[in-house]
Design a protein. Structure first.
Length: 544
């Protein structure tokens, strides 16, 4: 590299600064509208805001350029190297730092789509959109979450592919930069601008969650992997608790737009913590980047070992090279077809709860007579009551059974949906029953997504692990697009009973399929989990 060439690190930081500065240039309009209750509808974008938008686009391009890894020399014997030593070390400070940053990243990631539930009522009022509160308007407010969830579908698949190509760390940092840029949702004066920014926001959000679980699965020792991933994944429920609390405290004073704007400082915080986000040694070794893998494993107190033998103890890389699973279609081919079908069905069922029942419950409670602040408080309390159960679920997944934990959670959440279906709108007359039934769809579906995301990161080999995790995330979002599209088309009104019925059916079917096709992952090495499935492909390759 000559002295006039900028390093990738420099290009990345220049891009981050441009994105942050461009986002800051969107804020004056919001603050100037404080005397109007922070309502921006109908206000034109000035040249200052437009320049900021251009700066954010340029900054995003530069960050991508800065995160593309440089080509490095590949060791000739990397296929005989293995990382089983990662599963034998005790938890060290680098593990703790990683888990802390992953918990923060997961909270911020889940907060983005969760915010949709709480901005929809306010956006409907400000823009005069069709909603349960205003059923006679022409343009449905459901277009806003539809754009956001559609973006997450694209993000889940594209970022899963990118993570398996560019790396886990690069993908996480890129998503964090997108978080900063899309905070501009809170300063967009027109509804179509909000929809466009929500689409881009969803694109960033959809990619981060499966990558976070993939990175943790590949770095945490096997005996601690399950319960720690689910415990960190409990931040999915924590994110709902935080979001509902922020909505209850801030929206009455600063309008619904403030919920988008808080993504600006939190996104910057995540970027500043990038030093504690390592690349996955398993990913590096798979791509022949041995020296980088050795450096990271040394921090974790482990070392790469060599294995020239073939059989039960052969390296994960040699098994994967034999079967060559490198495409999305491999997830639906032998030997993964059965388990993929089972987890996809569960993801769809959880998606119907999250984006059908959970997304519309704030509006539905207001339609049934609760005030906006009261409905937000009810949901916050339900999330708060259920949150301590995350510790029990983490223990069950890590020390009892990963498979049976998934089945039990799915069955209980389906039961709560059936309870709402039976009670209907009369549920408001029974506050205690309302709280009991709300705990599972508010907290329980988050727990399902937590254990399902951890499970998906365990059952696929390194070469397609992010793709598998992205597939599960994407399928849950597809369920959301389906239910929201029905609302946009007014085919099915978003009532409590309608959303409960749509969610209960796939959950019950998922319980059956996981029971028949699920596999146990508790305390097992990632290589042990996948080697049994890949072994026939390896043997066939050796005999040909």
């Amino acid at each position: 590299m000559n002295k006039f060439t900028l390093s990738r690190k420099t290009i990345f930081w220049v891009g981050c600064i441009l994105v942050s500065a461009g986002m800051a240039m969107q804020l004056p309009m919001y603050f100037h509208a404080r005397n109007m209750g922070y309502r921006l509808v109908g206000m034109p974008m000035d040249s200052f805001m437009i320049m900021g938008m251009i700066g954010m686009v340029i900054g995003l391009v530069l960050t991508i350029m800065g995160l593309i890894p440089e080509k490095s020399a590949i060791s000739a014997d990397y296929n005989t190297l293995q990382v089983r030593a990662l599963d034998d070390v005790p938890i060290r400070w680098p593990h703790i730092a990683l888990l802390f940053v992953m918990a923060l990243a997961m909270t911020l990631d889940v907060m983005k789509p969760t915010i949709l539930s709480f901005v929809v009522p306010g956006a409907a009022i400000e823009y005069g959109l069709k909603s349960p509160i205003n059923p006679h308007a022409r343009i449905p407010v459901a277009l806003l979450p539809l754009c956001g969830i559609s973006g997450t579908i694209m993000g889940s698949f594209i970022w899963g592919w990118m993570s398996d190509r560019m790396g886990r760390r690069a993908s996480i940092l890129m998503a964090a930069v997108v978080f900063i840029a899309t905070s501009a949702c809170g300063a967009m004066p027109e509804f179509w601008m909000n929809c466009l920014m929500c689409l881009i926001m969803g694109f960033g959000v959809g990619g981060m969650l499966p990558i976070l679980f993939t990175l943790m699965a590949e770095c945490i020792p096997a005996r601690h992997r399950g319960w720690l991933m689910v415990l960190i994944g409990g931040d999915i429920a924590g994110a709902y608790l935080i979001t509902s609390s922020l909505a209850s405290w801030l929206v009455p004073h600063y309008n619904w737009r403030i919920l988008w704007l808080i993504g600006f400082p939190t996104g910057i915080l995540l970027i500043l913590l990038n030093h504690w986000i390592p690349e996955s040694p398993r990913f590096l070794l798979l791509h022949g980047r041995v020296k980088e893998a050795e450096k990271i494993m040394k921090k974790f107190g482990a070392a790469i070992t060599s294995s020239a033998t073939e059989g039960p103890e052969m390296s994960a890389n040699s098994v994967q090279s034999a079967s060559s699973p490198t495409q999305f279609r491999d997830l639906f081919s032998t030997p993964f077809r059965g388990i993929t079908s089972a987890v996809v069905l569960l993801a769809i069922g959880a998606g119907f709860v999250r984006f059908g029942f959970q997304l519309w419950i704030p509006s539905n409670l207001q339609e049934l007579g609760f005030s906006q602040q009261r409905s937000f408080a009810i949901l916050r309390n339900a999330a708060l009551i259920g949150f301590p159960l995350n510790f029990l679920i983490a223990w069950m997944y890590g020390f009892w059974s990963s498979k049976r934990t998934i089945i039990l959670l799915s069955a209980l959440t389906a039961a709560s949906m059936i309870g709402f279906l039976i009670a209907g709108n009369h549920i408001v007359q029974h506050p205690l029953i309302l709280y009991v039934l709300l705990i599972l769809p508010i907290w329980g579906v988050s727990a399902i997504m937590s254990v399902l995301s951890a499970y998906a990161a365990e059952i696929y080999p390194t070469a397609i692990r992010s793709r598998g995790s992205g597939l599960i995330s994407g399928m849950s979002q597809i369920a959301g697009v389906f239910i929201i599209a029905l609302v946009v088309l007014a085919v099915a009104p978003p009532s409590i009973t309608a959303t409960a019925l749509i969610a209960a059916l796939p959950l019950l079917l998922a319980v059956i399929t996981i029971t028949l096709m699920g596999i146990e992952t508790r305390k097992r090495s990632l290589e042990d989990i996948t080697a049994e499935e890949l072994q026939p492909a390896y043997q066939q390759s050796g005999n040909s």
